[in-house]
Design a protein around this ligand. Structure first.
Ligand SMILES: Cc1ncc(C[n+]2csc(CCOP(=O)(O)OP(=O)(O)O)c2C)c(N)n1
Ligand SMILES: [Mg+2]
Length: 343
């Protein structure tokens, strides 16, 4: 491991714990869906993408971020509380956004989470705006935009990269390349999959890392964050494999068993575990205990979230419209009817 990773003071055991918590969390989200405890049907699990914990570990307090629709892992690794996250996913009042954001619009300014976004690439310009404010106000912080490979084909990314490079903004674009945008494999969507080279053409520092090696992710991200902090924005692509379907209803009929077995072979959690044992940094029993601890934590969080109450109908417009500009009466009446019917 290089000096950059050592300087960040995050031993592999720590990264393993974070990745294990993410996986346990996502498994509970899946369970919650089956138990019909989630609000809405669109849930995107980040199982297989836990290596992103390395990027999160390279960020500092005060750095902010936006995520895409598959952002639970990033939020958890940056300090999200699993109970409040699950409550939000379940549409409960105790959730981060009082149950009105759900999985794809969750946010928490307290840890610098400026918002998940259901529009592919939608959070990217927001992150650039935050970076512009840091530069203008002289705030020492980096703004990180997390998104999927699907956003690499979106025009707003290129407008954002251009502006970030032109104005030397402290921003890092992080592409979590899980090989698929819904059912379309990346090589059927992009003529040139060398995304780092695309970023270089815009004047950004382009980097690429294998997401199954969390130490390498940390090392590469730490270098990228240092560069961004000094005013040269960057793009980091992390390759991984989406272990399951796009969303909960998708059984991935467009992938064959051999491909899935090979993809799941690049498991960042299993790889970290094997390395810890290999280097004698942990014993099997220690890791089993740590896994059990993560499972218990997430079980308790799920029980707590399921026991929470839904927001009252009367709170429907709170935090949605500015208090001095309430929604027009016809709209209020119409939505109240819909809500009554729904309940
Ligand atoms: C602008 C836009 N186009 C299409 C969609 C529908 N859609 C939702 S997720 C998705 C695939 C996104 O793939 P990727 O960015 O690779 O993220 P992943 O789901 O793989 O994490 C698409 C096309 C959308 N939400 N927004
Ligand atoms: Mg993808």
């Amino acid at each position: 491991m290089s000096d950059v990773a050592r300087a960040s003071n995050r031993p592999l055991l720590d990264l393993y714990r974070t990745m294990r918590r993410i996986r346990s969390f996502e498994e509970r989200v899946g369970e919650m869906f089956v138990r019909q405890g989630t609000a809405g049907s669109m849930l995107h699990l980040s199982i297989g993408e836990e290596g992103v914990a390395g990027v999160c570990a390279a960020m500092e307090d005060g750095d902010s971020f936006t995520t895409h629709h598959r952002g639970h892992g990033v939020f958890l690794a940056r300090g999200g509380e699993p109970g409040r996250m699950l409550a939000e996913i379940g549409g409960k009042e105790a959730g981060y956004c009082a149950g009105k954001g759900g999985s794809m619009h969750i946010a928490d300014m307290g840890v610098g989470h400026l918002g998940a976004n259901a529009i592919v690439g939608g959070g990217i310009p927001h992150a650039v705006g935050a970076a512009l404010s840091y530069k203008t106000k002289g705030i020492d912080a980096v703004s990180v935009a997390f998104f999927g490979d699907g956003a690499m084909q979106q025009g707003l990314l290129y407008e954002s990269m251009n502006m970030a490079a032109l104005w030397s903004l402290p921003v890092l674009f992080v592409c979590i390349n899980n090989q698929y945008g819904m059912g379309t494999r990346i090589d059927r969507a992009a003529a040139n999959t060398d995304f780092a080279a695309r970023a270089e053409a815009f004047g950004l520092a382009g980097r690429h890392v294998d997401g199954s090696d969390v130490e390498m992710v940390l090392e590469t991200a730490a270098a990228a964050m240092t560069t961004a902090r000094s005013g040269t924005p960057g793009l980091l692509t992390m390759t991984c494999y989406r272990f399951f379907g796009h969303a909960r209803m998708d059984k991935s009929p467009y992938r064959d068993a051999a491909e899935e077995a090979e993809g799941r072979g690049h498991d960042p959690v299993a790889a970290a575990r094997a390395r810890l044992l290999d280097r004698s940094e942990a014993r099997e029993a220690d890791l089993d205990a740590l896994d059990a601890e993560a499972a218990q934590e997430m079980d308790a969080a799920l029980d707590w979230a399921l026991a929470q109450t839904q927001p009252p109908g009367a709170a429907m417009f709170d935090h949605v419209y500015a208090p001095d500009e309430p929604p027009p009466q016809p709209l209020r009446d119409r939505l109240s009817d819909v809500l009554r019917e729904y309940r």
